[in-house]
Design a protein around this ligand. Structure first.
Ligand code: ADP
Ligand code: DP6
Ligand code: CO
Length: 352
């Protein structure tokens, strides 16, 4: 009997950025965050887990290369939590259920987009890892329970267990039991919004999100202002904008929050630069596009890397792609500018 399961999880791109931990082991954030989960058949991680009594240790392959699972590591924690749930929720209740919690697992995952380049591979990666083990173990648990486990793999992963518009509530419990993601609105609530992914550089970033945000927590005074004075209001305002399908407010908050996130990165000692000249060029083009139109037609946001994500209503997409192609001439190499991938487009804007 083969015990194996394969699942996929999409990336999510934050509009209100998570940046800072109050507990680095449990991965509890210093502020709530809110993101949009992209379509399943676009940027995603696909993970297969297999349990077998013949296996001699737990092993993980990422894009075909083996990664060591160190004791106490995030991957180790996620696997241990899911094995414990298998035991208590399945095996202890049904004595004929195979004792999969006692077998070692082999896990293999592929990302269909650049890994560790600021396109949220840790989000889709840990969401897929947790959901594939939950499927393998046939766990009778809720997405909320899985969100809490995925959070301990990578904070942003807790949001990829849900589709559509998703908030990660920071919570206040010291054990992390109230720090998980909730859906603010389904994908079908506001279906006309698209995410255009502009890959500026697909190389692995110099400063991982984990180490970058830790340095920011330790050294940035601006971060304290951000988490206390700025984010709570933005969370309330953007949630309302999503409910009301108010693109103008959604877009203004998204751009402002991306810019403040990169400002706290710069306020870190030593400073962290995730955006480059092409990233700043994309900001200038979108700002001018909105100014010339006299209204907000598109919103840019950048995670911990130089790659741009542009949120826009469908009717503006063609225009936006033409603009990007015009201003980044030899660099723009859209795979298929007008092919919608289940509602999302992908473009490449390599550095030049
Ligand atoms: P990103 O901006 O891509 O999220 P991070 O620095 O946050 O970059 O995280 C990258 C790390 O996430 C990788 O080095 C790897 O440890 C982990 N990761 C990425 N993809 C996967 C995956 N599919 N399965 C398991 N872990 C993954
Ligand atoms: C800029 O979730 O990758 O993308 O919890 O240390 O794994 P760890 O960090 P990660 O940080 C994501 C930071 C961000 C903003 C966001 O996704 O909210
Ligand atoms: Co990440």
């Amino acid at each position: 009997m083969v015990h194996q399961a394969t699942t996929s999880a999409p990336v999510n791109i934050a509009c209100i950025k998570y940046w800072g931990k109050r507990d680095t082991k449990l991965i509890l954030p210093t502020n709530s965050s809110l993101s949009v989960t992209l379509d399943q058949d676009h940027l995603r991680s696909t993970t297969t887990s297999r349990a077998d009594p013949e296996f001699t240790k737990d092993r993980l392959w990422l894009n075909g290369n083996e990664e060591e699972i160190k004791p106490g590591s995030r991957t180790h924690t996620c696997i241990a939590e899911l094995k414990a749930l298998r035991k208590t929720t399945v095996e202890d209740k049904n004595s004929s259920a195979p004792k999969l919690s006692t077998y070692h697992v082999h896990i293999s995952s592929y990302n269909n987009f650049p890994t560790a380049a600021g396109l949220a591979s840790s989000a889709s990666g840990f969401a897929a890892l947790v959901s594939s083990l939950a499927a393998l173990y046939e766990l009778p648990v809720s997405p909320k329970d899985l969100s809490i486990i995925a959070r301990q793999g990578s904070g942003s992963a807790c949001r990829s267990l849900f589709g559509g518009y998703v908030a990660w509530e920071e919570g206040s419990a010291s054990d992390g039991s109230d720090s998980y993601a909730v859906q603010v609105a389904t994908e079908s609530h506001w279906p006309g919004i698209h995410a255009l992914i502009c890959v500026v550089n697909d190389a692995k970033k110099g400063t991982s999100s984990t180490s970058g945000m830790q340095r920011t927590v330790e050294t940035s005074a601006l971060l304290q202002h951000r988490i206390k004075e700025v984010v709570p209001k933005r969370m309330a305002d953007i949630s309302k904008a999503i409910q009301e399908k108010d693109f103008d407010t959604f877009a203004r908050i998204t751009m402002a929050d991306s810019n403040q996130f990169h400002a706290v990165a710069l306020d870190t000692t030593p400073p962290i630069f995730y955006m480059n000249d092409v990233s700043r060029g994309v900001i200038a083009v979108i700002e001018e596009y909105n100014r010339a139109a006299g209204k907000i037609k598109a919103a840019y946001t950048f995670d911990a890397g130089p790659n741009a994500v542009i949120y826009a209503p469908e009717e503006n997409l063609k225009e936006i792609i033409q603009l990007i192609v015009k201003f980044f001439p030899q660099q723009a190499e859209f795979k298929d500018p007008f092919a919608l991938f289940g509602g999302k487009l992908e473009g490449r804007v390599p550095e030049g």
